[in-house]
Design a protein around this ligand. Structure first.
Ligand code: ARG
Length: 575
């Protein structure tokens, strides 16, 4: 990215050699200007004090004097308390915006492509998706879109929970219900809990279930057929949720625990080969330096239980081998709740120690906080259970529909349905994506659906408003892209400054796996647009001003639409 630092580098260069500072010294200075943004740079001159034996403010003054008029048309410079502050000049902003205007990618550069596996969503078979899967699904999908846009090959993997001991009881329950020929009648809302209740209450059922686990592990065809039925039924449900939500995942991205089942013995072998495996009460485990349980005793990672069964961790280790050997990736992101931090830290450490992955492999847990209710506790349904994701999505669209009906009575029935869907789903996603993922956030319908504040409807409305400016005058937006941008009004300049930071905000959102950094900048842009449009007439302005302002409108709309799209949110043209 060409930013203000690049523009001032050659100017500073000649001044520095004049006042006797070596290149390495002042380059450090530039690199150390951490407060810098795309169009504003603050240089602390303190580090030059030793070299020049002068006070920082004297140095800053001297550099300022030497720069003279060379910065004209590029930036304004001031010297304050030993800092040199460079602030982009409208001329320079115009040049950058002019580039954005004719660029379909809005100056977003692609990176050296990598193959990046993103492990996200990952619900469990035979259960409804609930609010606990919301964040993984929404954040993972946004990272998928953002990193793909930066030129990477993203391999989404949906690590569904589709194997393990609970399937014994689930299959027996399926047989008891006599639904084995009509899987579509399985009611996922109660299926798992009914099976669990029976398992706990009925010892006969429990022993049948245990025997069923053994039959399943030995791949008995009849048992596998019943298992497959549960998986298929669940996939119908998952896909319905994904479709309603606009999530990119499909059946091609499934990489559930069952996929790694046959690779588990090899994990045990390989761990034994390198001498990491130890026995503990009949189980095969790995002890890692420094990991202790609450009692202060060494905490093992259990690889194979005493009864021969494998663990969640074993499956994740097999998965790492697969990603390296078969997928050919060296970058793995795991978008999973913060409560699994210890699991991933231990799995990664074992995989490193065992030589499954070398230092160059980036296995990163991308954790997130909880979704809270307005009562300050983890969001729960009225009966205290987990809130079904599907119910939340349906309610979001219904609530959005009531708002759209009131605000835009002129929309046709079809158009209203479409807009309500974009608003409702967008509101849920944006409420999640606009908060730092490390924090908890409170799920509040009124707030997320509000047309004011940092919300999806606010951004979507800004976009739709611009589209209506163009449609009112039947202006060809392609032609506007030849216009010359002139920045004179302070609110035009403020909007320009917000717009040019779009690529920078996307880059930092990608590198920190934090979509809120992009969301925050989109909100800044929408706000800057609001202030601009409040006082700057567009359609009634004099010709060259009108064209320039229309170009600013076009850029704003395209930036909002592209940015929202990268977050997985639609932008209606009318609302
Ligand atoms: N199915 C798991 C759960 O619901 C999440 C799986 C996350 N991914 C992984 N590779 N472990 O907790």
């Amino acid at each position: 990215m060409r930013d203000l630092v690049d523009a001032i580098r050659p100017l500073l260069g000649s001044v520095m050699s004049e006042i006797g500072v070596q290149e390495s010294d002042w380059n450090n200075l530039l690199a150390g200007s951490t407060d810098s943004t795309f169009a504003d740079v603050a240089l602390p001159c303190h580090s030059l004090s030793k070299v020049l034996r002068k006070a920082p403010n004297t140095i800053a003054d001297e550099i300022l004097e030497n720069l003279g008029s060379t910065t004209e048309g590029i930036c304004q410079v001031s010297s304050i308390n030993g800092f040199l502050n460079f602030s982009a000049d409208p001329n320079w902003l115009c040049e950058i915006l002019q580039e954005s205007l004719i660029d379909d990618r809005l100056r977003v550069l692609t990176e050296e492509p990598r193959v990046i596996v993103i492990d996200y969503s990952s619900p469990n078979v035979a259960k409804h998706m609930h609010v606990g899967h919301l964040r993984s699904t929404v954040i993972g999908d946004a990272l998928n879109r953002m990193l793909s846009h930066k030129g990477h090959r993203v391999v989404p993997e949906n690590h569904i929970g589709d194997w393990g001991t609970p399937f014994g009881m689930l299959i027996e329950h399926l047989i008891d219900l006599g639904l084995d020929s009509e899987a579509q009648h399985i009611d996922l809302s109660t299926f798992y809990s009914d099976a669990r209740a029976k398992f706990d209450a009925d010892s006969d059922f429990a022993s049948r279930s245990r025997a069923r686990v053994v039959r399943m592990q030995s791949s008995e065809p009849e048992t596998i057929e019943l298992w497959q039925m549960l998986v298929d039924r669940s996939l119908i449900h998952f896909n319905e949720v994904y479709q309603r939500m606009g999530i990119l995942l499909s059946n091609n991205d499934l990489a559930g625990e069952s996929k790694y089942e046959s690779a588990l013995p090899r994990v045990v072998e390989k761990l034994a080969e390198v001498g990491l495996l130890e026995e503990s009460d009949g189980a095969k485990v790995v002890y890692l330096d420094g990991w202790k349980n609450r009692e202060g005793e060494p905490l093992p990672l259990i690889i194979q239980k005493a009864d021969g069964g494998y663990n969640y961790a074993t499956s994740d280790l097999a998965c790492i081998l697969d990603r390296i050997e078969n997928v050919g990736s060296r970058d793995f992101l795991y978008v999973v709740g913060a409560e699994q931090a210890q699991h991933f830290a231990m799995v990664f450490e074992v995989a490193r120690n065992a030589g499954f992955m070398d230092e160059g492999v980036n296995a990163i847990h991308v954790p997130f906080g909880l979704v809270m209710g307005t009562d300050g506790k983890k969001l729960a349904s009225r009966t205290g259970g987990a809130v079904h994701l599907n119910d939340l999505l349906i309610e979001a669209v219904e609530r959005a529909d009531a708002i759209v009906a009131e605000k835009s009575p002129n929309l046709s029935k079809d158009e209203r349905a479409e807009v309500s869907k974009m608003l409702g789903i967008g509101a849920i996603k944006y409420a999640d994506l606009s908060t730092d993922r490390n924090n908890n956030y409170t799920f509040e319908w009124e707030k997320m659906l509000s047309f004011d504040g940092n919300t999806a409807p606010y951004l979507q409305y800004a976009h739709a408003r611009i589209c209506s400016i163009f449609s009112k005058d039947e202006i060809d937006r392609d032609l506007i892209r030849d216009s010359e941008i002139i920045l004179t009004h302070e609110r035009e300049i403020a909007l320009a400054r917000a717009l040019i930071r779009f690529p920078e905000s996307l880059d930092s959102a990608c590198s920190s796996h934090s979509p809120h950094k992009l969301a925050t900048q989109l909100h800044n842009i929408a706000q800057a647009f609001g202030s601009f449009y409040e006082v700057c007439t567009v359609l009634n302005a004099e010709n060259s001003t009108k064209l320039s302002r229309l170009a600013l409108c076009d850029l704003t709309a395209r930036t909002l639409q592209t940015g929202l799209d990268l977050l997985g949110i639609d932008s209606p043209h009318r609302m």
